[in-house]
Ligand binder design. Structure first.
Ligand SMILES: Cc1cc2nc3c(=O)[nH]c(=O)nc-3n(C[C@H](O)[C@H](O)[C@H](O)COP(=O)(O)O)c2cc1C
Length: 322
């Protein structure tokens, strides 16, 4: 396999995924890399329809593509209907990378989910418009909310979903199996990645992970900037993930931190209410909390070669064309 492919695959596995499950596989065939969903790594309780897992695969595809482009590869991307094969990335030749591509590719290794308190500094207008433009570039929309009736409605749905999950034994069992893991494991979320408990209670419930309770309580920002990513067409989870990763890397490049608030997507009732709230914009896929925070450490990953199959094509020379 060509060296550029190995770097792109190493970037792909840096993508975010629910509880760091890394629900992806990659297949390399000549100048083509396909991204596949790994059904064994879909969370059956919180993500029975694999929507969040497909979103994660879309994010991995974005990292793959941006790294290849930043290294001067011409790349074409096709989203596939699935259910397993989700994206096909073809690398037919070369072209000059842009500065923007280089900046986003550099952000891949610096982006980490930040569950800790942010400060109350508002996100500047320049960064906001860059985030909104980033989502649009890949055919999605980012709706930024920092106050008003819709903000309050979204925050209330997060709190409601959180309350329902707190008493759901199946959900708690699943979350317990994937979080609070000892250091050194290549999947799941270690206790060190949790945020401290919030005191006083902020406007939004930030999910407590195993590990939270061992830390002293801290004050969180009172009203974080929220971002909801939607697509016009329903069922475009993978495309949404591709756009979400561009948004997250753009945020990183602007010195911003982000975390996910997925509770309302994981409870059928609140998912439906969220869909109603954004009915005029399309289908909502994810909810982000954005702001300025201190840097957080990255989490481990399974190495790319553990999740990649190289399929030799008879009679074809190894390596990349061009
Ligand atoms: C679709 C999706 C949903 C997620 N939901 C949450 C969430 O509700 N709460 C949270 O703290 N992290 C959430 N995450 C973040 C993951 O836990 C994180 O990406 C993973 O542990 C890897 O860590 P990293 O993002 O720092 O590389 C989500 C990630 C994805 C892709």
């Amino acid at each position: 396999m060509a060296e550029g492919f190995a770097r792109a695959l190493a970037a792909a596995v840096k993508a975010p995924s629910p509880h760091n499950t890394q629900p992806w596989r990659f297949e390399v065939r000549g100048s083509r890399i396909d991204v596949l969903l790994d059904p064994e790594r879909v969370l059956p309780v919180s993500d029975p329809g694999a929507r969040q897992a497909r979103l994660a695969c879309g994010a991995a595809a974005f990292n793959l593509v941006i790294t290849l482009r930043a290294e001067g590869r011409r790349v074409s991307v096709r989203f596939l209907p699935g259910p397993r094969r989700l994206v096909s990335v073809d690398v037919p030749g070369r072209r000059e990378p842009t500065e923007a591509e280089r900046a986003l590719a550099a952000a891949v290794h610096a982006r980490h989910t930040n569950r800790r308190p942010f400060d109350d500094r508002p996100v500047p207008e320049r960064a906001r418009s860059a985030l909104v433009a980033a989502a649009r570039e890949d055919g999605a929309e980012l709706h930024l909310l920092d106050r008003g009736a819709r903000y309050d409605a979204v925050a209330a749905l997060v709190r409601r979903a959180e309350r329902l999950q707190e008493t759901d034994e199946r959900y708690l069992g699943e979350a317990g199996r994937w979080t609070g893991r000892p250091r050194g494991e290549s999947s799941g979320v270690p206790a060190t990645a949790a945020g401290p408990p919030a005191s006083p209670a902020p406007a939004l419930a930030l999910r407590e992970f195993a590990g939270s309770r061992e830390m002293p309580a801290r004050e969180y920002e009172q009203q974080p900037l929220l971002g909801v990513v939607t697509t016009r067409q329903p069922g475009q989870d993978t495309q949404a993930g591709f756009a979400v990763e561009r948004v997250l890397l753009t945020a990183t490049a602007h010195g911003l931190s982000a975390s996910f608030l997925s509770q309302p997507f994981e409870v059928p009732g609140t998912r439906a209410d969220l869909a109603t709230l954004f009915r005029d914009e399309g289908e909502p896929h994810t909810l982000l909390r954005l702001g300025f925070g201190f840097t957080t450490p990255g989490l481990p990953r399974r190495p790319a070669d553990e999740v990649t199959t190289v399929i030799e094509e008879p009679g074809r020379a190894e390596g990349l064309p061009g």
